[in-house]
Design a protein around this ligand. Sequence first.
Ligand SMILES: Cc1cc2nc3c(=O)[nH]c(=O)nc-3n(C[C@H](O)[C@H](O)[C@H](O)COP(=O)(O)O)c2cc1C
Length: 228
Amino acid sequence: MSDQEGDRTSEAAGARELLRSIEVFAGDLPGFDPAAAPEDPVALFTEWLLAAVRAGVREPHAMTLSTVDADGNPAARVLILKDVGERGWQFASDAGSAKGRDLAARPRAALTFYWPALARQVRVRGPVAPEGPERSAADFLARGPGARAEALLGRQSQPLADLAERDAAVRESSARLARTPGLVAPGWTLYALRPVSVEFWQGDKERRHTRLVYRAGDQGWTRQLLWP
Ligand SMILES: Cc1cc2nc3c(=O)[nH]c(=O)nc-3n(C[C@H](O)[C@H](O)[C@H](O)COP(=O)(O)O)c2cc1C
């Protein structure tokens, strides 16, 4: 074994030890009584989101959006939840981005929320559709100036030569917005995921985790416990 290979092996062993030493589900965790869960998963989701906000979880509205491309290759990235309710779980992005292309080819996705302080995970799956130009424009116009300037470029997921190119483009875009504040990025799209299943997972220190899945059916939502 070369010195370099030896170093890599001991680094890997170090990582393994480090990973094993990290405590999971530390601190006081809330309970979850699935028998008392509301009939509608949106109500339970909202309850859990509010609990995450109250617990001081950073970016409690951040979620992982998983998509697949036309060939079935998966990709996942973090996005901000824009709204949740009768229209489903809403998020916004550039339709020309990698995820936008995935959703155009395969309009289905999964969302994953994780709130570490509460040891809670929520998984949502279902078809995704754009909410239309009016709602997308309203979402764009509600963004802060920096976020609008960046999104106006419409280049998300494209190769970038260097950071100076980015900074110059954002400066130019900010100037455009200052001249015409009502500008809306043509590709900016508000999407809605209509849930077919929503799973709630409550972690437990003793590993007696609780999983409750809601599934959409003809008669409304059905609820089912799952083995953790
Ligand atoms: C906390 C957080 C919030 C984010 N929110 C968004 C968002 O709301 N919309 C978005 O397009 N990208 C958002 N991003 C960036 C995405 O994770 C991703 O890098 C980008 O959308 C390009 O993804 P794609 O190439 O798979 O399309 C966020 C990233 C983080 C870490």
